[in-house]
Design a protein around this ligand. Structure first.
Ligand code: NDP
Length: 321
């Protein structure tokens, strides 16, 4: 066999293996490798992690997953009752954590003027903070032209500015040495129909956090991008009208990743200090790879799928509006 034939076969096998992995995996390849051969979640044992948006969905499951590995937690959100229930579940799942190891912090992320006070509360309670996980956020369903500018502002206030503000406080505190994570979304990397403000907000988050990594190379910055996940998020999603909630339930039959699985993958990303990962059920990982690395192929696939095809991947049973 000649050298060119050999190189041809290697390249062919490389792409073949990649395409097979895009189809069968529920995450990007890096995260799959880390899950098998990377640092286990247990390396986070004893660390202090602050999870915002921990009263439901991905944040709640991540709290439980981390508690199983005896991570000390601050769990925050607006609903104190739900946080208390999450704390009890965490204590049940961990044999080592004591009530004092899980701080319930009732907090509205939009209360920006109080962020420093909340931050001091956490640091004083634990004597430090190893990882800040910015998870609180709300999605959106509305056609581009229907969105009132007040909704763009309101959504950015929660999904971007509240996160940026809390993160700045953390960065000032840890002086380039800490670890900050954010639950972004697959829509932070590729655009989807029917969510212009939300897509823009998650893109903005990538801009902020990628620049943070450049400004402070010694800081660990994790951008975690889930695809469709089973949570309550469609009930609370913004629409195009100020003050209105989308109020739809995710159906059990929808093709979505479970919040539990999403939380395990996110915990692995944190333990391995990964920079950017995406997760989701088929065909999300493949679409993400194609969108990020093969823009011409992306155009062809988007033409074939069309707006309704993309919406179906995102919200299996949602009305196509
Ligand atoms: P949920 O609605 O289940 O959870 C959202 C969390 O954010 C809740 O704990 C909620 O608590 C909290 N929250 C909302 N508004 C505020 C606020 N003003 N102040 C403080 N906390 C707030 O949705 P998910 O678990 O799905 O969402 C978590 C993150 O995951 C979001 O950032 C979302 O964008 C992202 N994501 C979700 C996907 C999905 O398909 N589910 C896909 C991609 C990304 P409370 O109401 O008690 O304040």
């Amino acid at each position: 066999m000649g050298i060119f034939e050999f190189i041809g076969i290697v390249v062919f096998l490389y792409y073949l293996i990649n395409i097979i992995l895009w189809v069968v995996l529920d995450s990007d390849i890096e995260l799959w490798l880390k899950e098998r051969w990377g640092k286990p979640i247990d390396t986070l044992r004893g660390k202090v992690v602050w999870l915002t948006g921990a009263s439901s969905g991905i944040g709640k499951q991540l709290a439980i997953e981390l508690a199983k590995h005896h991570v000390r937690l601050c769990i925050s959100a607006r609903s104190g009752d739900r946080l208390q229930a999450v704390k009890e579940e965490c204590l049940k799942q961990s044999k080592l954590l004591r009530p004092n190891d899980i701080l319930v912090l009732k907090m509205d992320m939009l209360d920006i003027s109080q962020h420093q006070r909340y931050f001091d509360t956490v640091v004083n309670h634990f004597g430090g903070l190893d990882i800040l996980v910015n998870n609180a956020g709300r999605s959106q369903r509305a056609s581009f032209e229907e969105i009132d500018l007040s909704v763009d502002r309101e959504l950015f206030e929660l999904d971007v500015f509240s996160i940026v503000n809390l993160t700045r406080i953390y960065v000032r505190h840890c002086k380039s040495r800490g670890h900050v994570a954010v639950t972004s979304s697959s829509v932070g990397l590729i655009s989807v129909p029917n969510s212009a403000s939300y897509t823009a907000a998650k893109h903005a988050i990538h801009g902020y956090f990628e620049t943070l990594k450049l400004d402070h190379p010694t800081m660990d910055v994790t951008l975690f991008c889930p695809g469709p996940t089973h949570t309550e998020f469609l009930q609370h999603a913004f629409t195009g009208i100020h003050g209105q909630n989308y109020n739809q339930s995710v159906q059990a039959t929808d093709r979505r990743m479970t919040a539990e699985r999403c939380a395990v993958l996110m915990a692995i990303a944190l333990a391995n200090r990964c920079q950017i990962n995406f997760v989701g059920p088929f065909p999300v990982p493949g679409l993400m790879y194609i969108s990020c690395y093969y823009p011409n192929l992306r155009k062809i696939i988007l033409m074939i799928l069309g707006k309704s095809g993309l919406q179906k991947i995102r919200d299996t049973t949602a009305p196509a509006n």
